[in-house]
Design a protein around this ligand. Structure first.
Ligand code: GUN
Length: 293
């Protein structure tokens, strides 16, 4: 069994980022990312904090906009309008999920597609569906695909089963992996809560992707001997023996599944590392496109 670790692959992405970054800086451009956080969700706060730290580490311009949970739709749309008009900002990310009273789709559609480094605007999702590489692909799916490419895992003609149909991960990853580019040309099936006989389906997968958000949902009965398993889940569970009373686990029961796999991503230290790396890469690319370089 091979462990697919996120760190060295993310570092390869950062090396590319720094090269492009140096070229941009020389030409007088500094990539800027704005992250918008509404409310107090602790997991979202932690993600936003790590995005900000990474921007600073790379020397990028970084803006964090924190709004209270009671923020209205109009107020949030006004924030987006301001960021769309701000020439120092090349990427805008609105941390999801938003509080229930807000309309997420309307907020995402308000973002200038050229600044939508999260790749969730319909223009970017549409370009992904059209195999048009001029758009931005969502960060977690492109991170998963990059991991497969870097590990030399062939996807062309392979059966890929993705469990989970969110736009943020499952549905977008399906578009990427059935696309015609590198890390694509797979035969993709997307399973979800209504899928019948899930175990039989997931056992047909050469590459199985778990993106459902249920701790340790995928067990040995779901996995064919010799499959590649990509675990997108990041779930915090109570664990009295852990230092702070909780720990992170994936959507895959790693200990029960790992020995069957040809390769598997750990949690933490797997896909999670890639999401921020791809966000930085998208932001630097947004700046480059804007600069016409
Ligand atoms: N929440 C969890 N993952 C993500 C992500 O990739 N983008 C955004 N905007 N929100 C998230």
């Amino acid at each position: 069994m091979k462990l697919i670790e996120g760190k060295p692959i993310a570092e390869a992405v950062y090396r590319e980022c720094l090269e492009t970054f140096a070229m941009l800086k020389e030409a007088g451009h500094v990539p800027g990312l704005a992250v918008v956080l509404v409310g107090e969700d602790p997991a979202s706060k932690a993600y936003v904090g790590s995005k900000e730290r990474k921007c600073q580490e790379l020397g990028m311009h970084s803006v964090k906009i924190e709004k209270p949970a009671e923020t209205t739709q109009e107020e949030l749309l006004a924030v987006i309008d301001e960021l769309n008009a701000d020439d120092s900002i090349h990427g805008i990310l609105v941390q999801l999920p938003l509080p229930k009273h807000l309309n997420e789709d309307e907020v995402i559609m308000r973002i200038d597609p050229a600044k939508d480094v999260d790749g969730l605007h319909p223009v970017n999702i549409g370009k992904l569906a059209m195999d048009d590489p001029s758009g931005f692909a969502p960060c977690t799916p492109s991170g998963c695909q990059r991991m497969l490419i870097e590990m030399g895992i062939e996807t062309s003609g392979k059966n890929v089963v993705i469990v989970g149909r969110s736009l943020l991960v499952g549905k977008s990853l399906a578009l990427l992996m059935m696309g015609k580019g590198e890390g694509g040309n797979a035969t993709v099936t997307v399973a979800h809560s209504r899928t019948r006989d899930l175990e039989a389906l997931t056992r047909s997968a050469d590459i199985l992707v778990a993106a459902i958000g249920i701790p340790k949902f995928i067990g040995p009965d779901h996995v064919r001997e010799g499959a590649v398993v990509i675990d997108v889940g990041i779930n915090r569970i109570v664990d009295a023996s852990a230092k702070n009373g909780s720990r992170l686990v994936g959507d895959v029961d790693f200990d029960a599944v790992a020995e069957r796999c040809e390769a598997i991503t750990p949690v933490p230290g797997g896909v999670g590392r890639m999401t921020i790396a791809m966000l930085m890469a998208n932001t630097i690319r947004a700046c480059r496109l804007r600069a016409g370089l």
